[in-house]
Design a protein. Structure first.
Length: 306
């Protein structure tokens, strides 16, 4: 067992059995070791590495789960195409000081007769849920199973999948699971594109077209900073930023409440800008947090933005 604080590291362990994973975690729990979990579907990249580093800072032992969950893929989504590279992922995990890589098989996570599903309506029905109908039910089910198996003190998610993080927070709160949900900043390429395993499917020309997603969100941010409050106008600014890119097709842009994900008609406080576009066959998502500028009284009683 490789631990971090004050212990000699003896290497990373790969566990495939849910039973052995639970036994390992139970033993550490009895010893008072703080366990962090980074759930992934593999094809690890700089975004995942940042989550692992955050977990290392706050936890004594770090588990990375690597499982391509079939239940969060829709009928039109190619599960078989999803990249699987256990050897490279294990190498990254070792380099980042992971203690356990949990990589179970499908029949271990969903054995014959498995009939339970977890859903979190209405958070799951909007935005991504409208385009990926069973996606969040699959996410909620596998996250619940991982949390019950491993029982981590902290679980780490990236902010790029913002709606997923809101769904997981609600799930953990509603079921009174004793896990703290830690949402970490989106990791971006130097040009602003959010790091994603899907980026590798983009041709050089498509890669340039993909930048319109971040530009669109920043157009919405700029509108808010300029004092635009009507969500319809902010939405138009985002859509307009994509209009002249022929390779990009908009699935949705949204101006929403950051906690409930309900659409806003006016931005008078904090809000989240959500967006999803398709470039060729690749679907990309991203988001930006915004806040309406506060007004302060200037000389002569006039209000000024700040």
């Amino acid at each position: 067992m490789a631990l971090s604080r004050g212990s000699v590291r003896v290497g990373m362990r790969i566990i495939r059995s849910p039973r052995l994973m639970a036994e390992w975690s139970d033993r550490l729990g009895r010893e008072g070791v703080r366990v962090g979990l980074v759930p992934t579907m593999g094809a690890l990249h700089a975004g995942h590495a940042s989550l692992i580093r955050r977990a290392r800072l706050t936890c004594d032992a770090v588990v990375v789960s690597l499982y391509v969950n079939p239940r969060q893929f829709g009928r039109r989504e190619d599960l078989a195409r999803y990249p699987r590279r256990l050897r490279a992922d294990a190498t990254l995990c070792r380099q980042e000081g992971v203690d356990v890589l949990f990589s179970p098989r499908d029949d271990a996570m969903y054995p014959p007769g498995f009939a339970t599903s977890v859903s979190v309506p209405p958070l799951s029905r909007r935005w991504e849920g409208q385009f990926r109908l069973s996606h969040f039910e699959g996410v909620a089910t596998i996250v619940t199973k991982l949390l019950c198996l491993i029982r981590p003190d902290d679980v780490f998610f990236g902010r790029k999948d913002y709606q997923q993080s809101v769904v997981v927070r609600r799930l953990v709160g509603d079921l009174a699971l004793r896990t703290r949900v830690v949402v970490c900043p989106t990791v971006r390429e130097p040009d602003g594109l959010a790091v994603s395993s899907r980026n590798e499917y983009l041709s050089p020309r498509q890669r340039q077209a993909a930048l319109t997603l971040n530009r669109a969100l920043r157009a919405g941010l700029s509108a808010v900073r300029q004092g635009v409050k009507q969500a319809k106008q902010i939405h138009q600014a985002m859509v307009g930023a994509v209009r002249h890119e022929p390779l990009a097709r908009v699935d949705y842009f949204a101006v929403a409440d950051p906690d409930t994900l309900e659409p806003l008609t006016r931005v008078t406080g904090p809000a989240i800008l959500l967006g999803a576009i398709r470039v060729g066959t690749v679907r990309l998502i991203d988001n930006l947090a915004v806040r309406a500028p506060r007004l302060r009284q200037g000389s002569g009683g006039q209000a000024r933005r700040r």
